[in-house]
Design a protein around this ligand. Sequence first.
Ligand code: NAG
Length: 190
Amino acid sequence: MAGNILLLTLLAISVPLKMTVAYEPSPLQDFCVADTTSPANTSNRFGSSPTPVTVAQVPGLNTLGVSMARIDYAPGGIVPPHLHPRATEILTVAEGTLDVGFVTSNPENRLISKVLQKGDVFVFPVGLVHYMRNVGPIPAVSISGLSSQNPGLITVPGAVFGSNPEMPADFLAKSFQVDQKVVDYLQNIF
Ligand SMILES: *[C@@H]1O[C@H](CO)[C@@H](O)[C@H](O)[C@H]1NC(C)=O
């Protein structure tokens, strides 16, 4: 077990990506209105925007056991704690600086985390709670490969405080050892 954890830590290696240098040509018009259907809009409460490429978007992935995801992050943007029940995820940073981590099972609940620079790689083992956050001054982009065409997504805040119907607030208050007002507040948000 300890050996596995060590191995996973060692997987946070640096992989140089091919460098491309380019710049915008002179504009051919006075202005260009943004395409507001672009998926990379990070103006939301988490400051991040996922673009999944699973069997739901690409039916040809069916039965093939792979999928991808791109995530755009505003400075300070996060992907809250979540897990994929059916896939291990391997992530590389395409732009910026990300703090990423996952937590091992009970009873250790050990956090294994690392600050990744552009080109670095990290792996989130199947079923473990993990997170990403942009700790750099510029927008960040990550690209992930996942070992299922249908990895599934369980967000911790959404599952716990945003279930439908809601779990009883007094039960959650006792579970998290907080005042029920805190639970009411969180259930309102999620
Ligand atoms: C981005 O999303 C926010 C919140 O949904 C919205 O108000 C805003 O108009 C969007 N911006 C663009 C450029 O699409």
